[in-house]
Design a protein around this ligand. Structure first.
Ligand code: NCD
Ligand code: ZN
Length: 359
């Protein structure tokens, strides 16, 4: 593990990657892509558009639209994922692997989260696809929540592990699986005990907040995401997991932009917009645990290694300097309200210290 250089007032680390990111499409891209490109070298782009990104051809054209929104002075590489459906043809898996750019396929249990209605209704239906992915070495990213209506929302991840993920790992021991945005001690424990083919992303908000944040002084829609925030004991387990030094935990913000009126509504959308401040929040979480020496591996090394990619070549520096998170960004004739809007965070990305050379 490479320790971050620096002292208490600054933190220099290999440029991190975001292994779970939503950037949407169309006009949204110009608002949100620059926020991620400012600090992350690469991001694994989630395919839950409407309609979903189910083919490699769609993924590659979507990637071009994302690249068109990367500011001139930044270098940012979107890596793509396919949205698995009950009917994903085996040829799509072959094409994804051959592209070298689509590096994963995403399992959304149908109905589990935002734009997941086209997802998989029964895991057996995609067994042939999973077998092909196992053979070719294409990573399976999993939204790990049980969807049956009678499962309590706070138990969905645990039940998914029991009913779906454990059997899946046994059935496909060679399949590389990323358990996305884990939220529970059961998930952390499952990944720690699993073999080298099973990893997990962890968001900044699940490291910093427990479910009380959803109800602090009133209903807080901007803290609502799926999987939903859990009890404090689960947050503690996640912190321990990412600070444990286990290389199979890595950074995935799950930054998920939604226009303000769709979150501040009678039936509000799930998703926290964290791209502009995620790195600061992660640094706060590691610092609070006295584990800043483990931060670089989590943010910049472990994910790339799991996906079989080299780390980024340049570095970034975070300065210990309080800055106020904007109240909102203009977004699609509405506002995009980031997590912690109007609040102060402790670490700021020092753009002048970036040694990235624009292409
Ligand atoms: C995500 C979104 O808005 O696309 N929402 C969320 O609450 N995390 C979907 C997802 O990753 O579950
Ligand atoms: Zn997500």
């Amino acid at each position: 593990m490479l320790p971050p250089s620096g002292n208490l007032s600054s933190l220099t680390l290999i440029r991190p990657d975001d292994w779970h990111l939503h950037v949407r499409d169309g006009d949204a891209l110009d608002v949100v892509v620059p926020h991620s490109a400012a600090c992350f070298g690469r991001a694994l782009i989630m395919p839950n558009l409407r309609p979903p990104v189910t083919t490699t051809v769609q993924a590659l054209t979507y990637r071009e639209r994302i690249l068109a929104s990367v500011p001139q002075d930044m270098v940012f590489e979107p890596l793509m994922s396919l949205y698995l459906t009950d009917n994903t043809p085996l040829e799509e898996i072959d094409g994804a692997k051959a592209s070298g750019i689509v590096i994963a396929a995403k399992l959304y249990p149908a109905g589990a989260t935002t734009h997941s209605d086209a997802g998989v209704t029964a895991i057996e239906l995609i067994h042939p696809v999973l077998e092909r992915m196992e053979k070719l070495g294409l990573v399976l990213c999993v939204h790990g929540e049980a969807t049956a209506a009678d499962v309590d929302i706070f138990d969905r991840e645990r039940i998914f592990i029991e009913k779906t993920l454990s059997p899946l790992v046994r059935h496909f021991p060679g399949l590389k699986i990323v358990f996305e945005h884990i939220t529970t001690s059961e998930a952390a424990q499952f990944v720690r005990a699993a073999g080298t083919n099973v990893a997990a992303t962890v968001t900044a908000h699940h490291l910093l907040f427990n479910r009380n944040a959803l109800f602090a002084g009133g209903l807080r829609p901007h803290h609502y995401c799926l999987p939903v925030l859990k009890r404090e004991k689960h947050r503690r387990s996640l912190i321990q997991a990412v600070c444990s030094g286990c290389p199979r935990f890595f950074l995935g913000t799950d930054s998920a932009p939604h226009a303000a009126h769709t979150k501040e509504a009678a039936c509000g959308c799930a998703g926290c917009y964290t791209a502009p401040l995620a790195l600061s929040l992660y640094a706060e979480a590691f610092e609070a645990e006295g584990a800043l020496d483990r931060f670089e591996a989590f943010a910049s090394l472990n994910g790339a290694a799991f996906y079989g990619l080299p780390p980024n070549e340049d570095k970034i520096t975070l300065q210990r300097k309080s800055w106020k998170v904007p109240d909102y960004y203009s977004y699609l004739n509405d506002k995009l309200i980031p997590l912690c809007a109007g609040e102060t965070v402790a670490w700021e990305l020092d753009a002048s210290m970036s040694d990235r050379v624009p292409s």
